[in-house]
Design a protein around this ligand. Structure first.
Ligand SMILES: C[S@@+](CC[C@H](N)C(=O)[O-])C[C@H]1O[C@@H](n2cnc3c(N)ncnc32)[C@H](O)[C@@H]1O
Length: 209
């Protein structure tokens, strides 16, 4: 689904208090400033998941990464209004993770309803393609977790194989995660739509081998 262009997003992102303007300058020091467990959501869209999780888990820190200017603008506004000190935004591309984080600096990586890029020629853009999985392995702590939710069976199958190839071990898997109540996990904006129509949500958790 194409994101509607938000005309004020570019200007808003220039002054948003929630946006980390120069994430590379924090490389290696994210935990020094705040020792709380660090969660990264890559492809956060309008930011509802990270905002909801930061409110639910005030002792953990949440950083949302989004590369689309309009989506990032909406997320920044949501985060500024939420005014939580454990919630921030990187307006950037998840392909740059290792410029922003030292090895093992991240505790949990969340991939929520990532773009499926169904055509083979676009497979390298998937957030579970090798260019990304290698970086996740690098920045994730040895006891860290990678958690993926998606509505897309093909992307889920692809990701199960790619994470295994990249040295991750499956810890938990569900092909209908919302069959049961999960108050510990916030619904994303995309997820809300799928849950309303009864579409199953696939979810998996991996750890490093
Ligand atoms: C389908 S939307 C899902 C948004 C949100 N996670 C949700 O579940 O409601 C996928 C988002 O991932 C973002 N995205 C895709 N590739 C990205 C990348 N390499 N780095 C950062 N964001 C990316 C897109 O711009 C889009 O906002």
């Amino acid at each position: 689904m194409r994101m509607r262009r938000i005309p004020w997003a570019a200007d808003y992102l220039k002054t948003s208090g929630s946006r980390i303007m120069d994430p590379a300058s924090r490389k290696g020091s994210w935990k020094k400033e705040n020792p709380a467990r660090l969660h990264l959501e890559i492809g956060a869209g309008k930011g509802g998941y990270s905002a909801g999780m930061a409110a639910l888990y005030p002792k953990e820190q949440f950083v949302a990464v989004e590369k689309n200017e309009s989506a990032a603008g909406l997320a920044a506004k949501k985060f500024d209004e939420a005014a939580l000190d454990n919630l921030s935004l990187i307006y950037g591309d998840g392909a740059d993770l290792s410029l922003w984080f030292d090895p093992q600096e991240v505790d949990v990586i969340h991939l929520n309803f990532s773009d499926p890029w169904p055509k083979k020629r676009n497979a390298k853009r998937r957030l579970s393609a090798p260019a990304f999985t290698g970086q996740y392995r690098g920045v994730l702590a040895d006891d860290g977790e990678l958690i993926m939710k998606t509505d897309n069976a093909q992307l889920f199958e692809y990701s199960l194989l790619e994470f295994q190839k990249a040295g991750f071990v499956l810890q938990d898997v569900s092909v209908d995660f919302r069959r049961e109540e999960h108050p510990e996990d916030v619904l994303t904006e995309y997820e809300e739509k799928f849950v309303q129509t009864g579409h199953p949500i696939y979810r998996a958790i991996w750890k490093k081998a």
